[in-house]
Design a protein around this ligand. Structure first.
Ligand code: ATP
Length: 199
């Protein structure tokens, strides 16, 4: 599995639709300061499920939508698509190519698509959980993150190892099941009350 292509439109400095194709192995994006290199990694982070605008170097949701320039009006929507090569079926879907799309409008409304089919953010997060490429997968290391790792507390460092070891998905499922169990036991006691009232 590897990142094959990214398409960006309306995201940060990219007003026009751009497409970058990658090859297996090392690829480099070079350009002058402020030309948008980090915006490309922000776009990848965002489409893979990042929810924190701060992590995308913004302060509010609108900061990720093209804000306009001297020659161009601001845009109303940002859209990013990544295409992943899945020939090796690393991702558990029966497709040799998987596209993930995310859109956001100035109104705050968001849309997500998996292979062009509308889906929930949760579907994308679950697909990528424990693969190392999700939002917390450490496949994108930004400036300062290594220092943060070295300075982090043992409990925080443990979370990083859990994600890389592939147990985050099971922890999330366990939490969900515990919540359902709790709801069910509340329903049972409510039913007991009703039965007692009827008897
Ligand atoms: P450096 O080499 O200095 O790290 P870079 O190539 O990584 O630079 P980026 O940080 O990706 O550059 O891009 C910064 C540019 O993106 C700035 O010119 C900034 O004005 C522009 N930019 C960021 N958000 C938006 C937005 N919402 N609308 C328009 N332009 C934006």
């Amino acid at each position: 599995m590897f990142l094959k292509k990214i398409e960006i439109q309306g995201f940060k400095s990219f007003a026009d639709r751009i497409q970058i194709e990658f090859q297996p192995g090392i690829n480099a994006i070079v350009g002058p300061n402020g030309s948008g290199k980090s915006n490309v990694t922000d776009a990848i982070r965002w489409v893979l499920g990042e929810q924190s605008v701060k992590s995308l170097r913004g302060s509010k949701l609108e900061d990720i939508i093209f804000a306009g320039s001297l020659k161009r009006k601001p845009l109303g929507m940002a859209e990013v698509t990544v295409v992943l090569d899945n020939e090796d079926h690393f991702l558990p879907l029966d497709f040799t190519e998987i596209s993930i799309t995310r859109r956001v409008f100035r109104s705050g409304e968001s849309e997500f698509y998996l292979n062009k089919v509308p889906c929930r953010l949760k579907d994308i997060q679950e697909l990528l959980m424990d693969t190392g490429i999700g939002k917390d997968g450490y496949s994108i290391i930004s400036q300062g993150e290594i220092d943060e790792f070295l300075l982090s507390k043992p409990e925080e460092r443990r979370l990083i190892f859990e994600e890389t070891a592939g147990i985050t998905k099971h922890k999330a499922r366990k939490k969900e099941s515990e919540k359902k169990l709790e709801e069910t036991s509340m329903n049972i006691s409510r039913l007991d009350d009703l039965i007692n009232e009827l008897e």
